[in-house]
Write a new protein. Sequence first.
Length: 313
Amino acid sequence: MRPILLTRSILLLVLVASSSAQARGEYEPLVRPIMLSEHPADSTHSVYVKGQVITTLRFERPVDPGKTKMIGWEGRLEPLAVVRNKVILEPIRDLHQDEGIPLVVTLVDGTEIPFLVKPPWNKRDSEWPPILDQQLDVFKDRDSYVSMYAALKDALKKNDKLTEENERYRKEENSVDHALATLLANGEVKKTPFRFVAASRPKDPDMDMVVKVYSGPGKAAATVTLTNTSYGDTWEFADARLTHDLTSYTKRPFALRLTNATIVPGQSGTIAIVADKSAFEHEGQLVDLALQIFRSDGNLQVLVQMDRTLIRQ
């Protein structure tokens, strides 16, 4: 065991992650259908874009380029491009979370369709939150074959996702690691086989954080306790990733439990993860892993090194 080195590495990594608030590096481009609603309250649709990534809006009818306009796009997006029935958006940079650029697309038949161009990954915007829109297929005629086919594909995709989630929940009910993560999240460390190794209190202007790592027989664990100290801003959990290094998009398996996915000002919540020895194995040997916790705006809240020496034989 190397407790002194381990403690030092945790302190350094957590501080760097907290101060820089690194943006989430993984995006999942989507081809998403939109059915236009006749209800005025549902008339404006969101388009989720990322800097230097092209997003295409495709319509059933040709677009009138002279009457298709954006407001306040200068310095944030390249000039709007219209090619027959397609509108092409290319942001110059990532938009800030509070930025929204109005876009009105006018078809040759005079139909005006309003959009709001926004940054990716805001979980509160939709039941089906896109991470990044690669292409939007916009349908006006709900009864057309193409529109109904797109709606069917979308429904099947959502059904597959729900089926996958239900299977995952079923497995978690019988998982020892998830049970251990639940105990850790609730502060019942003594009921687990884990030993406390090191702790850190990283600095964040809006969040009081306490990070702890634990060593176990054939397993390792970590807890992150967050107390929202901001004035009015609600913190929302988005994702947790355990990877070999920060550039890897391959998630290592682990059990996750959290007491609060949403933390209002003055409230606290704990995130606990438990990883089996197999998660640390790479090409026949044990390696260090990086635990990353992302908040709902897509930024990295905290980064913790899961040292391979946490695994007790």
